[in-house]
Design a binder for this molecule. Structure first.
Ligand SMILES: Nc1ncnc2c1ncn2[C@@H]1O[C@H](COP(=O)(O)OP(=O)(O)O)[C@@H](O)[C@H]1O
Ligand SMILES: [Mg+2]
Length: 231
């Protein structure tokens, strides 16, 4: 479904990605791993069109989207939950969802209800400002906001980072539901190995901006690969 080929990204003179290949099959869950600073967030930002690549291509369903702006990618079915569970802190939970829903065309109001069905704990908080939510609640809101656009593929950057364990389990259950029961393809950046191992069917490990492992989870426990993870 998603195919990234030979991706190179630089910040000014500092090149960060060096010919990265990545594939996410329809209905699958691919996890990108690697230590801090290896280029995981940069990769997702390039996949979403937030950063322009210097070389390489990104395609969705066989269509080249390398030059497409982010909002067009969202319209094609890519939902993005950036690192750091950013929400609009001054807006209420309901407003956070509505603003995103309106920005992406806002035709079918049931999209908001469906997103809330996935996170029922957000319902009693609808009138609370997002800035007053806990980190875990903000992450749930950030995922719900991406769901309001009715994506076919969900892209999540370290959804468990800095979040209390009880909510990590809830987020894991939601990602599992969306992937296994609703058939969403998922591209997940995750450093929490147990969480990633339970969810993902394919793994890509980055080191210093290049892919150093691609395959199933079985070999992730190998010493050589393990050293490249943050664990
Ligand atoms: N906006 C930026 N400007 C310059 N360098 C950046 C910027 N964002 C990230 N970097 C650098 O790019 C490298 C990869 O960062 P990042 O993609 O955030 O890694 P990861 O998500 O794997 O921790 C790091 O060396 C980081 O310092
Ligand atoms: Mg990152």
């Amino acid at each position: 479904m998603l195919e990234v080929t030979g991706l190179e990204v630089a910040y000014g003179r500092a090149q960060v990605l060096f010919g990265v290949d990545l594939a996410v099959a329809a209905g699958s869950l691919t996890c990108v791993m690697g230590r801090n600073g290896v280029g995981k967030t940069t990769l997702l930002n390039a996949v979403m069109g937030v950063l322009p690549p210097r070389a390489g291509s990104v395609s969705l369903d066989g269509r080249d989207i390398t030059r497409l702006p982010t909002h067009e990618r969202v319209r094609l079915g890519m939902g993005y939950v950036p690192q750091g569970h950013e929400t609009f802190g001054q807006l209420t939970v309901a407003e956070n969802l509505r603003v995103t829903w309106e920005a992406c065309g806002g035709k079918d109001r049931s999209a908001i209800d469906e997103a809330l069905d996935v996170f029922p704990r957000l319902r009693p908080l609808l009138r609370r400002r997002a800035g007053f939510l806990s980190g875990g609640q903000q992450q749930q809101l950030a995922i719900a906001r991406a769901l309001v656009t009715r994506p076919r593929m969900l892209i999540l950057d370290e959804p468990t980072e800095g979040i209390q364990p009880s909510i990590v389990t809830e987020i894991e259950d939601v990602i599992e539901l969306l992937n296994r029961e609703r058939g969403l393809a998922v591209l997940l950046v995750e450093q929490y190995l147990d969480f990633a191992m339970r969810l993902a069917d394919r793994f890509t490990v980055l080191d210093a901006g290049t892919v150093v492992y691609e395959g199933e989870g079985s070999r992730l426990q190998d010493e050589g690969v393990r050293q490249l993870l943050a664990v």
